[in-house]
Write a new protein. Sequence first.
Length: 187
Amino acid sequence: MNILTESLKKPFNYDGRLERRPYWINTLLLTFLSFVVYGAAILATVFLAAGEGSKDAASIPVLVAQLANLYFSLASINLLVKRLHDVGKSGYWFFACLIPILGFFALLYFTLKKGDLGPNDFGGPGDLNPPSGKRKNSQNFTLLKNTFQKNITDNGLSEARVVEILVEKGYDYNEIIEAREEYKKAS
């Protein structure tokens, strides 16, 4: 629910990544909210139209519902862009929806595809905030340390190559070196 709340509070903040499950749960919640708002608007319109008041007043609930659903659409776009970031795609892929049929299936594929395992240009897996060059929390630091462990021990890459990859991904060099030193201590 925090992801949905964040998207509703800041619908124009497209930074970070969103994994499959949270994306679909929050998209379904937004869809449900949209139906509830329209249902309430229809009921209010029926009651206002049936009453003795002005017939113009009956259109107000529908207008309010349309404005609310416009806002829900912005939050939904926010979720989609973050989901696209999780699979390594730019948020501009959202505009694929303008291509009839093909665009729908392309976006459906990206929303169902498993996200990138390691950090990509938009942050670490499940990271709602992208790498900024400053250490915001220990989760980002732990991700860097784990990246060293995975790539050196499992993939056989050199420390220098892992540092190079992480710098290319946008992580701060000093933070990378600090994570490398922590990795060395633990090894």
